[in-house]
Design a protein around this ligand. Structure first.
Ligand code: ADP
Ligand code: MG
Length: 213
């Protein structure tokens, strides 16, 4: 997976976030302040512009520019959290020009650690961590088992989707939704939903990219 692949992932993410903007906003309207879709659409729109205007010769450079741009353009909790996630992943990838599955798994693990450190959320708190953590674990297991890239990324997406879905029954203990207490139960967490969309975009781009299959 080279820099072009990572640019394709982020471009696909921007497109999907744009398409699902209203869905994410509806989720945030139920338990937050109805800005998650707009926040991410603005942020990834800016990222697309930044990628078009700057050289990003390595996967790490692509994700670093993504993270830096999200931090500077997304208000709310999710901007710093996603920005940190992408910057940590970038640092993990370093200057390599091609990232294999183990490097991707390590980068996503680093992203998770960054989110955990900044947001101090644990699994079960009804946040993006509830989608990201099981996805990272599933990918690590698939890599350990010697799974193909296709199977490993399918496992990543399945775990992220299940994790996001599972937030519906959780009571929010972190972020704005926690102000609602028990009334947050019965609604899917918007950040967990967007995390699942971002990881699905990765899998979908890989499925279209000859070089990684
Ligand atoms: P805000 O809550 O400031 O309006 P957004 O609506 O863009 O920001 O993002 C809300 C999402 O951010 C939540 O659905 C949740 O997934 C995530 N989030 C909020 N606080 C935390 C936290 N402390 N740790 C991890 N994720 C968090
Ligand atoms: Mg919000």
């Amino acid at each position: 997976m080279d820099a072009a692949f990572f640019r394709a992932w982020i471009t696909e993410t921007a497109a999907v976030i744009g398409e699902r903007r209203d869905y994410l906003t509806r989720l945030d309207a139920a338990i937050g302040d109805a800005d998650h879709g707009a926040n991410l659409a603005r942020g990834f729109g800016a990222v697309t512009g930044a990628l078009a205007g700057q050289e990003t010769p390595t996967p790490g450079a692509v994700l670093k520019l993504t993270g830096v741009t999200l931090i500077s353009t997304v208000g709310g909790a999710s901007g710093p959290l996603y920005g940190t996630a992408f910057r940590r992943a970038a640092r993990s990838l370093g200057d390599e020009t091609d990232a294999g599955l183990p490097a991707l798994a390590a980068a996503l693990q680093a992203a998770l650690e960054g989110v955990r450190k900044l947001g101090e959320a644990s699994e079960g708190d009804k946040t993006m961590v509830d989608a990201l953590a099981p996805a990272v674990d599933a990918l690590a297991r698939a890599v350990d088992d010697g799974a193909s890239e296709a199977a490993a990324l399918d496992a990543l997406v399945a775990a992220a989707d299940a994790g996001a879905e599972a937030t519906t029954d959780m009571k929010a203990l972190k972020g704005r939704a926690s102000y609602l207490g028990d009334r947050s139960v019965g609604h899917t967490d918007p950040g967990a939903a967007s995390t699942a969309l971002i990881l699905r975009a990765l899998r979908d781009v890989a499925a279209r990219h000859d070089t990684v299959r």
